[in-house]
Design a protein around this ligand. Structure first.
Ligand code: MN
Length: 328
């Protein structure tokens, strides 16, 4: 009598819990399917373009293919293979890279000029990193044109790319020193003309984690994936990139070992491992345990050696002379 009723009540209760648990699991799955992907951060590697602008670094075609293969293998979403306008040799390298059938999207750097875009098309790239300067200094003093002319130039370049089947990432050069309203104006025009992604470039490396967060947060309603391209003049490139993600960027540019002009670019390995270990709300498609090999390969081929105390990949990064602090 009583015992049986107790069992019945108890199993009913368990059954209810079981249902709740299943519903909980189901809702989790739904969340993962619908929102999970938004937390995946995409990475553009510019080791072969901005990285190759490191003084004294010059890679031959074979070396570039070896680096590009490794980048593709470890899961880079986008590889900027070079700048097609630069030289015949550069175009040969880009053509070889685009003919490998990599999973990654292959881009070439391009100014918003048909001559540049035609060379990109000749190299059969998937996409262009269309670099449009947006600061007053660049528009008035470098290009010596009006802001309206710049927007016209940018829009026609996007139109030309889209007419020829190219994916367009429009990068605003010197964006961190640009008037915010004008930057938004350039971006929204480009997106209306078909640009697939937009990127804010901290060309001279003057952002701080605070101003980076503010800038990206104020652009987060832009109607296209927002990327971030930082330089390391004050040693803040990685911090600024992470702040940009928190602010609303969903992609970032980096170079292996942080190589690049002056103090270099955002360091790929520091940024990816920080996301993996310190920012649970974000993740990347990168295979973390292959990063060390990639780092060594790039150091060897470029001749830019890694400082021993460099985070993540430095010789001393996991060495502890004193024997303390190393537990775990
Ligand atoms: Mn750059």
């Amino acid at each position: 009598g009583f015992l049986w009723e107790f069992h019945f009540a108890a199993s009913f209760l368990y059954y209810n819990y079981y249902c709740f648990f299943l519903i909980f699991l189901f809702l989790n799955c739904l969340c993962y399917i619908f929102f999970g992907d938004f937390m995946k951060v995409k990475v553009l590697d510019t080791t072969l373009r901005d990285g190759e602008q490191t003084p004294g670094v010059s890679l031959n075609t074979m070396e570039k293919i070896r680096i590009a293969s490794k980048l593709d293998e470890i899961g880079l979403d986008y590889i900027e293979a070079g700048s097609a306008i630069t030289s015949e040799g550069e175009r040969e390298s880009i053509k070889k890279i685009t003919s490998q059938g990599f999973n990654a999207e292959i881009l070439s750097f391009s100014r918003p000029l048909t001559v540049d875009i035609d060379y990109c098309l000749e190299c059969d790239v998937d996409a262009v990193n269309l670099v449009v300067p947006t600061s007053d200094l660049h528009v008035f003093d470098k290009l010596k044109i009006t802001k309206d002319e710049l927007v016209g130039m940018s829009n026609s370049a996007v139109d030309y790319c889209k007419d020829h089947g190219l994916i367009v990432e429009l990068s605003a050069e010197d964006a961190s020193r640009s008037d915010l309203d004008f930057l938004r104006h350039v971006f929204s025009n480009a997106i209306d003309h078909g640009a697939d992604r937009v990127c804010v470039c901290d060309t001279v490396g003057i952002l701080t984690p605070y101003s980076s967060f503010e800038l990206f947060n104020s652009l987060r309603d832009i109607n296209a994936p927002l990327s971030c391209h930082c330089h390391n003049d004050f040693g803040l490139a990685v911090a600024n990139t992470l702040a940009a993600l928190k602010g609303g960027a969903s992609e970032f540019h980096s170079t292996v070992n942080g190589i690049g002009e002056r103090a270099g670019n955002t360091s790929f390995e520091e940024c990816v491992v920080s996301i993996d270990r310190l920012l649970p709300e974000f993740s990347t498609y990168i295979t973390i345990n292959e990063i060390y090999d990639l780092s060594k390969l790039v150091a060897r081929l470029t001749g830019v050696y890694i400082q021993p105390n460099k985070a993540i990949v430095g010789e001393n990064a996991f060495a502890h002379e004193s024997g303390i602090h190393s537990d775990g």
